[in-house]
Write a protein that binds this ligand. Structure first.
Ligand code: FAD
Ligand code: EPU
Length: 335
């Protein structure tokens, strides 16, 4: 394991936040991961786990060890028409999607162009354009920090929900994902329920997985800023889930409020609508702003600190609460 000291983290988080890590290690296999964990344990400090840094906010320098999961490798086994694809945590998510599509293994096409690593995908159950990781997840393998063993968790064990999983609750900071297994299929099953996706396809009923992937990638490229030019973490706020009762009150007052009915009876509101209608879209203050094309994408235009970003976000949260009585939760992990 190569241990680095005082590493500048600007290029390791897509918000471009200036911070340093006192210690930094890329781990490429289980043995290196164990060595890194032992190093942190000996110093009496909990390590911080990082993938691609596309859903992370650093509010200060990291005084402990930052471990970047860099394991690589993709393996596939056959189960009838299904393909069980096991990818190591350090693989790039988008590259995995493109690789599977090229092999004719379908199920990931709506999840194209999401930045970050494979290992982070289960943490918030990544989702886009009508598909979530939960639709294809078979199992997750990783290091159980509490018991000091490698464990495999079934998809059910992961308790995946909207931007949620067991890794944000009972297993928060206790399980380091080393690989993810997906159940894909050689038979295409197009998922076209997302209105913005359907609207872009000329012949939706006959759309191939390749056309779906191309269309999703094009919509994303148009709506979401490239973090290499406009540093961001995708949606900075989750879409709030509220009770049916509260939703019907709000919808009576604001019939145009974009929303989705959830299977458990709750209603998911479009945070972007709430922020947009509160007048924040395109607004910028002290180097931080809301992107002009997407009201929940916060951009760190001038390399400001995590604290500046959270200060800006708090003003939006307060306004939305004052206007609609709805709490906006921050989506990225804040350290
Ligand atoms: P990091 O930021 O590195 O880590 C995020 C969290 O996961 C941290 O708490 C970290 O400790 C933990 N973690 C990372 N790897 C592991 C591991 N191996 N084991 C245990 N814990 C781990 N998300 C969506 O769901 N849908 C979208 O459409 C979407 N679009 C985006 C668009 C843009 C432009 C950007 C910048 C982000 C977008 N995101 C989206 C958010 C982000 O891409 C995902 O959350 C992604 O899964 C984060 O991966 P990462 O490797 O960069 O995670
Ligand atoms: N809207 C506005 N103003 C805007 C943008 C959108 O009013 O500036 C309204 C529109 O009515 C639109 C609705 O909000 O119909 C939803 O907007 P959009 O389709 O752009 O999706 P979103 O809810 O903002 C979510 C995810 C994205 C994911 C897309 C596509 C969350 C927090 N965000 O965004 O995920 O790519 O749907 O499925 O759930 C991420 O998590 O980082 C992320 C980018």
């Amino acid at each position: 394991m190569k241990l680095l000291q005082d590493v500048d983290l600007r290029s390791f988080n897509t918000l471009g936040i200036p911070a340093t890590a006192k210690y930094f290690a890329d781990v490429t296999n289980i043995e290196e991961l164990q060595n890194a964990l032992e190093f942190a344990r000996a110093r009496g400090q909990a390590p911080i786990i990082l993938g691609g840094g596309s859903n992370t906010v650093f509010t200060g320098d990291i005084d402990s060890l930052l471990i970047r999961l860099a394991m690589r490798g993709i393996a596939c086994s056959v189960d009838g028409n299904d393909r069980i694809v096991e990818a190591a945590a350090g693989e790039n998510w988008n590259e995995l999607v493109c690789y599977c599509l090229a092999q004719g293994w379908y199920g990931l096409e709506n999840l194209i162009s999401i930045p970050g690593s494979v290992g982070a995908a289960p943490i918030q159950n990544i989702g886009a354009y009508g598909v979530e990781l939960s639709n294809v997840l078979e199992s997750v393998s990783g290091w159980d920090c509490q018991h000091g063993v490698i464990r495999r968790l079934s998809a059910e064990d992961c308790e995946l929900g909207y931007r949620d999983s067991v890794f944000k609750h009972a297993l928060k900071d206790r399980f380091i994902i080393t690989s993810v297994s997906l159940r894909l299929s050689v038979i295409p099953k197009p998922e076209l329920s997302y209105p913005a996706l359907r609207a872009e396809l000329t012949d939706a009923e006959r759309a191939t997985p390749e056309q779906i992937a191309e269309t999703v990638a094009a919509i994303r490229a148009q709506k979401l800023p490239d973090y290499r030019r406009d540093p961001n973490a995708g949606s900075f706020f989750k879409n709030p889930l509220i009770s049916a009762e509260k939703a019907s009150d709000l919808l009576r007052q604001y019939p145009a409020l974009a929303h989705w009915q959830m299977p458990n009876g709750q209603v998911k509101l479009a945070a972007a609508w709430l922020v947009d209608q509160s007048g924040w879209k395109g607004r910028r203050a002290d180097g931080v702003g809301i992107h002009p094309n997407q009201a929940i994408v916060l951009v760190n235009y001038d390399g400001r600190s995590g604290a500046d970003i959270l200060h800006f976000a708090a003003q939006i949260q307060a306004d939305v609460f004052a206007n609609y009585g709805v709490n906006l939760e921050i989506e990225p992990r804040v350290y």
